[in-house]
Every structure is written in structure tokens, then in C-alpha cells.
Design a protein around this ligand. Structure first.
Ligand code: PGA
Length: 243
């Protein structure tokens, strides 16, 4: 199966910087499926730069309503119109600002209805990790985020990102990630009530060109969600071309 490598540019680049990074990446050739998620204001520009590149486009969030008086929000339909294939939902940085599982659930439903693949982020903090409560915690997040979700034949992506591994230079050990990711896939399928649902589970948290292979060779790691290292063109290319 193809691995999925997604770069999350977060709020790091302006328009010029986003276009420059897209230009540097567009020639990338990989056996993996590759996507980048710029800020909303850069989506159209990045899409135009990528042209026929194999790199797909994603957004970092969306709103659940289709349109209306929702100042500052972007609908899943608009993201689709801009050419997005994915939308990251429930990233821990957004959860830290008050994003709830209920909202992630509504957003995931809207995304699926508009033909976007939701990339739902889950992950425990350091205290829960140390207390051995990672599984119980992510299981709760998955149940709430996936309640009532109907995939039909569509794909769902879950990104397992231990909070303490994000941006810290301290990734979770690949073997430990692998075991938790098998658990996550099975919990997601249970929540969806579909034993063979198309669920891909990515690992995220301090992945770089040097450690990517170690994660990708694990059987239960279907791909990677990359933050910091996705902002460096050569480094991201190396990761994207790893298999
Ligand atoms: P990082 O971020 O690769 O910089 O640790 C991962 C993420 O937040 O998705």
C-alpha cells in the first residue's frame, strides 16, 4: 500500500514564502502519496504553482456549515473548490485554543460530504503518556470524533501525534508508535462499525529526513504528518521520497 506523507506548514509562511516552497517541491517524484497544507490564503496560489505535480493540496482546518454568517470561517465546499484533497482537523495546536471533539466530529462530517479526506489528529500529553494512559485517552478522542460518521467507500485518515513529540525534537519510538497505531486503527473501525473501513493512520511528531524510514517501515504506520521539517524543501523531499 502507498504511504501518505503530508506536510503541515502551520502559520509559518506568508504568500510569497508559500509559493516559493511550492515551486521548490513541485518536481518531486515519489511512490508515496504526498500532500502539503498551506494557510488558506495561499491555497489557490500553491495549487496554481503545483499544476500537474503529484503533490496534492490540503487545508489546516474547515468549518462545518456550508455557508452563511460565520465570519472568518472557511467551508469544506470552498476548500474543495480550491482543489483540496484533505483537511487536517483537530490538530493539538487548535485543540489548545479550545477546539472540541464535538466540533472535530461536525467538521469531519462536512469534509466527507464535500469529498475531502479528513485527517483527524489525536494524541496524549506527557502526563498521560507517562501514566500509561495513552490508549484510553486517544480511544476517547476517536469515539467522539467519529461518532455517527459514515465513510461509505471513502477514506479517513487519523494522525497520531503525541503532544510532547510535536516540535520537540523528541519523537516517539517507532515501535511504540506502531503498536499504538494498530490500536488506533482498530478503535476507529469499531467506532465506524465497519471492520474493513479504509482508515489510514499516520504518525506525527518530530519526524525528519533521518528518522522517517524508521517509522515508514513499521507495518501499522501508513504515513507521516510533518510539521517543521515540511518547511525545508530538500528535507521534505527526502522524507516524501522515503519508502
Ligand atoms: P513537527 O509537527 O513535525 O514539527 O513535530 C508535527 C505536527 O504538528 O503535525
Amino acid at each position: 500500500m502507498k504511504k501518505l506523507i503530508i506536510g503541515n506548514w502551520k502559520m509559518n509562511l506568508g504568500l510569497k514564502g508559500s509559493l516559493a516552497l511550492a515551486r521548490a517541491l513541485k518536481g518531486l517524484k515519489s511512490k508515496n502519496e504526498v500532500g502539503v497544507c498551506p494557510s488558506d490564503f495561499a491555497l489557490a496560489g500553491v495549487k496554481a504553482v503545483l499544476g500537474k505535480s503529484q503533490i496534492k493540496l490540503g487545508a489546516q482546518n474547515c468549518f462545518w456549515e456550508a455557508s452563511g454568517a460565520y465570519t472568518g470561517q472557511t467551508s469544506a465546499a470552498s476548500l474543495k473548490e480550491l482543489g483540496c484533497a484533505y483537511v487536517i482537523l483537530g490538530h493539538s495546536e487548535l485543540r489548545a485554543l479550545g477546539e472540541s471533539c464535538r466540533r472535530v466530529n461536525l467538521k469531519a462530517k462536512a469534509a466527507l460530504a464535500r469529498g475531502l479526506t479528513p485527517v483527524i489528529c489525536v494524541g496524549e500529553d506527557w502526563t498521560k503518556y507517562k501514566a500509561g494512559k495513552s490508549r484510553a485517552f486517544v480511544s476517547g478522542q476517536i469515539k467522539r470524533a467519529l461518532a455517527g460518521l459514515k465513510l461509505g467507500g471513502k477514506q479517513l485518515v487519523i494522525a497520531y501525534e503525541p503532544l510532547w513529540a510535536i516540535g520537540s525534537g523528541r519523537p516517539l519510538q517507532a515501535e511504540a508508535a506502531d503498536a499504538t497505531q494498530a490500536f488506533i486503527k482498530s478503535e476507529a473501525r469499531k467506532a465506524l462499525k465497519q471492520s474493513r473501513a479504509a482508515v489510514a493512520v499516520l504518525y506525527g511528531g518530530s519526524v525528519n529526513a533521518a528518522n522517517a524510514k524508521n517509522f515508514l517501515r513499521q507495518g501499522n504506520i501508513d504515513g507521516l504528518l510533518i510539521g517543521g521539517a515540511s518547511l525545508k524543501a530538500q528535507e521534505f523531499k527526502k522524507i516524501a521520497e522515503t519508502h
